[in-house]
Design a protein around this ligand. Structure first.
Ligand code: ZN
Length: 236
């Protein structure tokens, strides 16, 4: 077998190995992305819930301040009611007491409703925090494993590329260019003749060309599928 065929075959072994490692690295990416996505979702939910709780708590504080004001007002009303002697003034003072009592009842009812809502919302916040802790716990174990596997594969890839580049020097520039062009479009660029046909597409190669190839060790392009063809020693 001619030197160039051997050199190209060795290069092809390297290239297939490089592609395999790249595919493995590529397959890890979605797992890591999925981890990030899951965690971000939980964090976003938690942030939303906490903002909502804070808004309701602010509303409740405002209501409590209003209730306190109404209570003060009622104290004054009750004093006034004690003080008044004449009937008409007493009626007005009683009405004032009644009206403030209604306001206070409304305040208290709103505060109670808000209190129940805040309790429910805080339960949701606690649940989201629990989910986040669970997600972190799961990822704490799995993530470094994947990161380590990725680093390992990247080191393998670097080594394989260095090997490949070292071997590429053994192939003539024009042939290397041809090989790389064909390889860009398919997994494998170089095939042996098989029973007088292209080892990739099975198109039969004229006897005369086959004889030239096996005699000289020339590498030819299959006219049907475009791959590089070589004659195996003692074969074709
Ligand atoms: Zn072919």
């Amino acid at each position: 077998m001619q030197q160039e065929v051997e050199a190209l075959l060795a290069l092809q072994v390297d290239d297939l190995k490089i592609r395999e490692i790249e595919a493995q690295i590529h397959a890890l990416a979605p797992q890591l992305a999925e981890f990030d996505k899951r965690r971000d979702q939980v964090l976003a939910t938690l942030a939303r819930e906490e903002i909502a709780v804070a808004a309701e708590e602010k509303k409740r504080a405002e209501l409590q301040a209003r209730l306190a004001q109404h209570k003060q007002m009622q104290e004054r009303n009750l004093h006034q009611l004690d003080d008044v002697k004449r009937m008409r003034e007493a009626t007005a003072a009683t009405a004032q007491v009644e009206s403030t009592r209604r306001l206070m009842a409304e305040d208290e009812s709103e505060i109670a409703i808000l209190g129940r809502r805040i309790t429910e919302m805080n339960a949701a916040v606690a649940k989201s925090k629990q989910t986040l802790a669970t997600v972190d716990e799961e990822q704490k174990a799995a993530r470094p494993e994947i990161e380590a596997r990725k680093a390992e594969l990247e080191a393998e890839l670097d080594a394989a590329r260095r090997d490949r580049n070292g071997r590429a020097g053994a192939v003539s520039r024009p042939m290397l260019g041809k090989y790389d062009r064909i390889r860009g479009k398919r997994t494998r660029a170089l095939y042996p003749l098989r029973g007088g046909s292209c080892g990739n597409c099975d198109t039969s190669i004229p006897l005369q060309r086959r004889n030239v190839m096996s005699g000289s060790g020339d590498i030819e392009v299959c006219e049907a599928c475009g791959v590089l063809l070589y004659a195996e020693e003692g074969g074709a």
